[in-house]
Design a protein around this ligand. Structure first.
Ligand code: CA
Length: 664
């Protein structure tokens, strides 16, 4: 390979001193670069390339004409600059060219890779693409605004994979599997049911949480005619949208523009957008961009010096190291500032240290205080990071403005997630009342809960209800419908529907942040497949005939969401408020009942009585004396009131909920 002399080096040392790895005895000794100009800075008359590679002996920049294949048309050596950075400035208009970096490490040239900060790539993310980000903005982008959100308490999350709503032949959506497939209005199933964007809008959710939409490894973007599917939990380029969701993965600008179009469309229709971020590990380990530039640094090591593996995917990143923490923060800010993203769901969040998560929350909330940050408060394996530093669920109360998924309520409702046949509260298992109560108060401290009886936690882990994400199902594991099919083989279709609706009622009336797996409103099935991360579209996709068949579940979910949005009593903002307004009633086995009293959180309903009967038979439940209006009874919902209930008891049907209220 022919090396051309340096074109320009604006910041140049008089003599190059190579930082040999031997120079450092530990990663802690690596210099920390605190500038904000890592990556490419493109201008029409010059492009500046800067990367951090403190252990490199030499660094080359390679320029290509194409996204894949061929030889570089130019390769040049970069200049060592401050704090382990390397820099090259080329005073030409490089727009349209592709680039990689290559590091000489311990006398060996490592693989060519884009830098971690790369913001545009070509096919399969192998090379950076030099583009003008200003040219990636869709029409009217300068007027794009996130819909108004009063506070976290108003959030209702809908978790969706980019492909799932459009790939079925009956979706009525032409842009199958693409970002653009979620931007089209007026699409219908053959039965005339709304699909895609109209479907999401009519449901009434406030936020769509997209499964990984950054560039990931597992799909070959050069073979899109093969209809490959993956969830995308194998990050490759963190700051770039995934190419297979675009109409042209080779052109780095196209995926950016199309993803921005999706975000703008959602915003225009009142929906905020959340990204699922997987900074906890990289799809590749030795061969990742991180590791080819600064071997080892971005990852934790176990006692033998090998990659530790708390992610269960071969490696785990080291958020406590300054340049990894800095990378995460700048990457998140890139998604907020360049793409107007409104929230982040952190995969295996407990692999990250709490200090990093607090810093992230603080800095992102300084941009927009309604950016919502939540994650899985667990790891998928052992980590060298001590538990008291991990962003574990049980440490949530130690963080500010970081929320965690409640596996307590999830498994309390349907049974242990890894025991497919196990039943939960909704399917009639006894002894889960305290767990359900714990879920209702969003994992906060409440005087009426016996924490020793809660399934997983033995203490409150949220200091505010807004730190708890309440759910019964998500992309992982079985859909709620499949789970009920597996764990209740004796149950009729109607009985399963009742249990399904009972679960949705508890999720959507509990305090905290409700979270719905897309399709749960249609009784979604993955045909019994649990870990469908790479299953074909026909397992993962929406079959829109469900909407006809399970119209009742859809209407019921829609009505529950409307109920929640109409009543601030279900959206209290502090633990003190919950303690003051929520009282649980003494009831029989497999029944949880509680009263929200005193116009809680400014609700126009003075008192609300909620009864969840998980017995599969009708139960007579004692209620406080008075005239109550019935708002919900099994599958009927009418927030104006279905009828008046008098007396000191009500009959609640098997596997169903009842909601009563008084206005004065
Ligand atoms: Ca990709």
């Amino acid at each position: 390979m022919k090396l051309l002399p340096l074109i320009v080096a604006a910041i140049m040392l008089s003599s190059l001193e190579y930082n040999l790895p031997e120079k450092y005895s530990s990663f802690e000794e690596y210099p920390v670069y605190d500038g904000f100009d890592l990556g490419l800075e493109y201008h029409m008359d010059a492009s500046k390339f800067k990367i951090w590679a403190p252990t490199a002996q030499k660094v080359r920049l390679h320029l290509y004409e194409k996204a894949l294949g061929g030889e570089p048309y130019r390769s040049l050596e970069m200049t060592l600059s401050e704090k382990g950075t390397w820099i090259t400035i080329i005073k030409e208009n490089l727009k349209g060219k592709y680039y990689t970096f290559q590091v000489l490490h311990q006398n060996q040239w490592l693989d060519e890779v884009p830098d971690p900060y790369v913001y545009a790539v070509g096919t399969n993310g192998k090379r950076g693409h030099i583009i003008d980000l200003n040219e990636t903005n869709p029409v009217d982008w300068e007027n794009d605004k996130s819909p108004i959100l009063r506070g976290y308490e108003d959030i209702i999350i809908y978790e969706l994979h980019v492909r799932d709503m459009s790939t079925h032949a009956n979706s009525g959506i032409q842009q199958k599997g693409k970002f653009l497939g979620l931007t089209i209005l007026g699409t219908q199933s053959p039965d005339g049911e709304e699909t895609g964007l109209d479907h999401i809008k009519s449901l009434g959710v406030t936020h769509v949480h997209l499964l990984p939409a950054y560039d990931y490894l597992s799909i070959d973007e050069s073979k899109l005619e093969e209809h490959q599917f993956n969830w995308g939990y194998d990050p490759q380029n963190y700051n770039v949208p995934e190419g297979s969701y675009s109409t042209n993965p080779a052109d780095g600008a196209v995926r950016i523009k199309e993803f921005k179009q999706l975000i703008k469309t959602f915003h225009d229709h009142g929906i905020r957008v959340i990204l699922d971020v997987v900074y906890n590990h990289t799809g590749a380990t030795e061969k990742s961009n991180f590791n080819q530039l600064v071997p080892g640094y971005y990852y934790r090591q176990n006692a033998t010096g090998a990659f530790s593996n708390a992610s269960g995917c071969g490696n785990e990143t080291a958020s406590e190291r300054p340049m990894m923490r800095k990378f995460m923060l700048e990457s998140l800010k890139h998604w907020v500032n360049e793409y107007h993203i409104d929230g982040f769901r952190f995969d295996l969040m407990a692999i990250h240290d709490m200090e990093s998560m607090d810093l992230i929350a603080r800095e992102l909330r300084a941009i927009d205080p309604n950016i919502f940050i939540y994650g899985e408060g667990w790891t998928a394996g052992d980590s060298p990071l001590p538990d008291d530093k991990k962003a574990l669920k049980r440490n949530t109360y130690l963080m500010d403005h970081v929320a965690a998924f409640s596996d307590d309520i999830r498994d309390g409702l349907k049974g242990h997630v890894f025991a497919a046949n196990a039943k939960g509260f909704i399917s009639g298992k006894e002894g889960l009342e305290e767990t359900i109560k714990f879920g209702i108060v969003a994992s906060t401290q409440h005087p009426q809960i016996d924490y020793k009886q809660v399934n997983y936690s033995d203490t409150a882990w949220a200091k505010s209800p807004l730190q708890t994400v309440t759910y019964v199902s998500c992309h992982d594991n079985h859909t709620l419908w499949d789970r009920l099919t597996l764990s209740c083989p004796e149950a009729s279709e109607e009985a399963k529907k009742s249990m399904h609706k009972l679960a949705l009622t508890i999720v959507l009336t509990s305090q905290g942040i409700p979270f719905l797996h897309a399709g749960v409103e249609l009784g979604r099935t993955k045909y019994g497949e649990e870990n469908s991360y790479k299953s074909p579209d026909h397992i993962n996709q929406f079959d829109w005939t469900w909407k006809t068949k399970n119209k009742d579940i859809f209407k019921y979910t829609q009505a529950l969401i409307a109920l929640r949005k109409a009543h601030p009593a279900f959206r209290m903002t502090s633990t003190e408020m919950l303690k003051k307004h929520i009282r649980f009633l003494d009831t029989q086995e497999k029944i949880v009942a509680y009263r929200i009293s005193g116009h809680a959180n400014g609700d126009h309903w003075k008192d609300i009585l909620l009864i969840f009967n998980a017995n599969n038979t009708l139960k007579k439940v004692n209620i406080p004396k008075g005239d109550w209006m019935m708002a919900l009874n099994a599958a009927e919902i009418n927030t104006e009131g279905l009828r008046i209930v008098k007396g000191t008891s009500v009959d609640v049907a098997g596997s169903s909920a009842m909601i009563l209220f008084q206005t004065n």
